[in-house]
Design a binder for this molecule. Structure first.
Ligand SMILES: Cc1cc2nc3c(=O)[nH]c(=O)nc-3n(C[C@H](O)[C@H](O)[C@H](O)COP(=O)(O)OP(=O)(O)OC[C@H]3O[C@@H](n4cnc5c(N)ncnc54)[C@H](O)[C@@H]3O)c2cc1C
Ligand code: SF4
Length: 331
């Protein structure tokens, strides 16, 4: 590991001042960043430890919830109001990592975690995300875990977060603070597609701090009929091959509004808007769910190794919607 300087910020202003230094990075739970430093993938000149900032609270706001950027993933998943109003978020967080990791990992860090592409972690291999212009190991190599939507000739990596898939489905908003003051970023605009600049994962500026994530009051209407389904190689401690955040607002068997977001398929949480259009206003039954799943997978682009994700995705969508329609109970 390369030597680095360390600053423990006592407040937000000090954190924003310290991050201005070239090569400085915020340190939250450290569960991703420290691993990347040990592997020499990340080589920050300075770590700005933000764990003393007062950003750990989960509070009600305008009928919705504000999730502090430094609230631990486990505290968020187990919070009474999150479980009652947004069980999709609880389920998604609890589907990820392990209890020990969730106790250390923070909400802000979860949004900013980097891809799990094998070649990104292996500094002996080319990777445009780690070293722009060096090539893409996955395009020439083994691409079983890689993207089927929104990829580019530069990068076919996927975003690894579970929590972010639920937040995308519920139209959360990311609150950030920077030298120019505070601003908000709609969740759909927070993560980026790779395009020609796969080294840039998000639209957060380098000198900006995530302070909180707002979940809107309106998303609580999905509390009864939602489900997060994660399909992976092992039952725990594994990232999604495909995941589905399904949320339905159902009245008398008819879907008033649907939200479907997919994980493990793109460089960002992928909203299946065509599927949502098919679901809206229709009966909540298997035939509708199958049509929605078909629509969701239209335009998927597979590699030699990840073609299985298309059929897996269809089946996972039908299953997630079926369970969501059944009040979130397994059928
Ligand atoms: C073995 C293993 C298995 C895992 N499995 C899963 C899984 O199945 N599903 C899943 O979703 N996740 C999984 N994770 C990832 C885990 O959820 C993330 O590592 C964690 O959420 C990162 O949070 P952190 O606080 O530790 O971030 P850190 O490691 O401290 O930081 C990560 C990045 O976020 C930046 N950052 C942190 N906080 C802020 C902030 N407030 N503002 C701006 N930038 C910030 C840091 O600068 C850094 O670049 C796994 C991790 C491990 C090690
Ligand atoms: S898919 Fe992206 S992260 Fe993986 S090797 Fe290619 S450029 Fe790097």
């Amino acid at each position: 590991m390369k030597p680095f300087a360390y600053t423990r910020a006592g407040n937000q202003q000090a954190a924003l001042q310290a991050i201005v230094q070239n090569g400085a990075k915020f340190l939250a739970g450290g569960t991703n960043l420290i691993d990347l430093m040990k592997d020499n993938v990340e080589q920050p000149a300075r770590l700005v430890d933000i764990n003393r900032l007062e950003l750990t609270q989960i509070v009600e706001r305008e009928g919705g919830l504000r999730l502090g950027a430094l609230a631990k993933n486990s505290d968020t998943a187990n919070h009474r109001l999150v479980r009652e109003r947004y069980p999709l978020i609880s389920q998604a967080i609890l589907a990820g990592a392990s209890p020990q990791l969730r106790n250390a990992a923070t909400n802000g860090g979860n949004l900013m975690q980097r891809t799990r592409c094998y070649y990104f972690y292996d500094v002996a291999m080319p990777c445009n995300k780690r070293q722009p212009g060096s090539g893409c190991g996955a395009l020439e190599g083994f691409s079983r875990i890689h993207a089927i939507f929104g990829a580019s000739q530069q990068c076919i990596a996927t975003h690894p977060s579970d929590m972010c898939v639920a937040l995308a489905a519920l139209d959360a908003v990311v609150r950030v603070e920077g030298p120019q003051g505070a601003r908000t970023i709609p969740f759909a605009d927070f993560h980026r597609l790779p395009g020609d600049t796969p080294q840039i994962d998000t639209n957060l500026r380098r000198d900006e701090l995530i302070t909180a994530i707002d979940v809107p009051a309106s998303a609580a209407k999905f509390s009864t009929n939602s489900y997060y389904l994660k399909v992976r190689d092992r039952a725990s401690y594994a990232f999604a091959l495909v995941s589905v955040a399904a949320a339905l607002d159902i009245s008398n068997g008819t879907i008033r509004e649907a939200r479907v977001a997919l994980g493990g398929v793109a460089h960002k949480p992928w909203r299946a808007t065509k599927a949502e259009q098919i679901l809206n206003g229709q009966r909540a039954d298997e035939a509708t769910f199958r049509r929605a799943a078909e629509a969701a997978m239209q335009g998927a682009q597979r590699t030699e190794h990840n073609r299985f994700k298309i059929e897996l995705g269809r089946r996972a969508i039908v299953r997630a919607l079926t369970i969501a329609a059944n009040n979130g109970r397994l059928v």
